[in-house]
Write a protein that binds this ligand. Structure first.
Ligand code: NDP
Ligand code: MG
Length: 389
């Protein structure tokens, strides 16, 4: 990277899995990045540890019930509104949204409005609030995806005009159950679903990867991020997780992005854009050409209906994507808590969408409210499930 002044970074979701990948890049390249603010929900202990390692000056916990939160020499903020305060802080150049859930949407809007560079891992923000977030992007590449598949597409498009895209594909590892039969899926336990063969991620997205809901949600996210209709966005299984995304251009050329399955790579691409960081010299192994594997498989939607349910919700748009996000959140939680079996997750989500005759949201608050509606209906369905079975 050229000799630029250090980029002052804030990380929302610093205590999580993607937050850790982002901070690892900052730790490896202290000459380029200065971590000035860190935010999480309630994990005070880990946030304070990170603050001491990275010398961050501003800390935030969004959970108001976190109790006493003070640290000498640091600005300690509490509550969701503090995220927007961080997002508009003139001492921050670049803000990373790596929190889970929908809490950071308004801060994301603020960051874009004030013209900050934004790296985005959080998919719920775009799936729920794309129509209220994407118009705030002031210049190309102000919003840089960290989700590995979206980063792949974004990087494939670095020099190409958007109008030349014919179709894009996101890849899916397929999760731990890709070779399971229907009978085997019926016996899957939370412990089985929480161990992903390739990626180390937070619990919610790990279960979403096992049901393939994650890939469906990512297709909706890609439609918003790259302004593409549903029929131009697809997904395919690539068990080795070496290829993360592919773009077919109108002249028949396909560009694919191939790299190790390591979230530090898309994090580095987003943080350093338009430059690239020397990750190889800093110890990350590239894939040797003789180890490239270009095998792909179709997604079996009869075994993994969540993928098709999400794609349909994306195609229908309006109330469906936020309802889907809420319903999935509740169904996954109920599965992890042992209330419903793995194979009930798609049934609960489908039933939630069928029961909700909601109009398209016309404001962001209405869209966020729909997430809660989806969550409530699905939670009720899950508790009935326990009583009926
Ligand atoms: P984790 O569960 O590992 O971490 C979640 C992080 O978000 C924690 O720091 C948590 O804080 C914080 N958080 C949760 N709720 C809030 C809130 N209300 N306000 C502020 N911070 C909050 O999740 P992941 O890192 O796996 O995923 C984060 C996001 O990135 C998700 O949207 C996910 O879909 C997306 N993503 C994840 C990938 C991965 O490889 N993990 C890949 C691509 C996208 P605390 O610790 O205090 O609870
Ligand atoms: Mg992904």
């Amino acid at each position: 990277m050229k000799d630029y002044p250090r980029i002052r970074i804030a990380v929302v979701g610093a205590t999580g899995s993607v937050g850790g990948a982002v901070l690892d890049i900052c730790r490896r390249f202290p000459e380029h990045f200065e971590v000035v603010a860190l935010a999480a929900k309630s994990n005070k202990k880990k946030l304070l540890q990170l603050a001491s390692i990275y010398k961050a000056k501003t800390l935030c916990l969004t959970e108001p019930l976190c109790g006493d939160f003070k640290e000498e020499g640091k600005k300690c903020l509490i509550g969701v509104d503090a995220l927007s305060e961080i997002a508009s802080d003139s001492d921050i150049d670049h803000i990373v949204f790596a929190s889970s859930g929908v809490t950071a949407i308004k801060a994301l809007q603020t960051a874009l409005k004030v013209g900050k560079d934004v790296s985005l891992a959080n998919k719920e923000s775009i799936v729920v609030a794309g129509p209220w977030v994407m118009p705030l992007v002031k210049q190309k590449d102000q919003l840089r995806p960290i989700d590995s598949e979206h980063s792949a597409i974004w990087q494939c498009l670095r020099q190409d005009p958007d109008r030349e895209i014919s179709k894009i594909w996101l890849t899916a590892s397929g999760g731990p159950f890709i070779d399971y039969s229907k009978e085997m899926l019926e016996k899957v336990t939370p412990k089985d679903a929480l161990s992903h063969p390739v990626w180390k991620m937070g619990p919610k997205i790990t279960v979403d990867s096992a049901t393939l809901m994650n890939k469906g949600i990512e297709c909706i996210e890609a439609m918003q991020l790259f302004d593409l209709p549903a029929n131009k966005v697809s997904a395919v299984i690539h068990p080795k997780s070496q290829i993360h995304g592919a773009v077919l251009f109108i002249d028949g050329t396909i560009k694919m992005l191939l790299s190790q399955a390591d979230m530090r790579l898309p994090a580095a691409a987003a943080l350093a854009w338009p430059e690239r960081l020397d990750l190889i010299s800093s110890g990350l192994d590239p894939i040797e050409p003789h180890k490239w594997d270009l095998q792909f498989k179709e997604i079996n939607v009869s075994l993994f209906p969540c993928f098709a349910i999400a794609c349909k919700a994306g195609e229908m748009g309006g109330a469906y994507p936020p309802l889907l996000v809420g319903a999935d959140e509740a169904a996954v939680k109920s599965f992890i808590d042992g209330i419903i079996p793995f194979t009930a997750i798609p049934q609960v989500i489908e039933e939630t969408l069928a029961q909700s005759v909601s109009a398209s949201p016309s404001t962001l608050d209405e869209a966020i409210e729909l997430v809660s509606t989806g969550e409530k209906i699905a939670t009720q369905l899950c508790s009935n499930w326990r009583h009926c079975s």
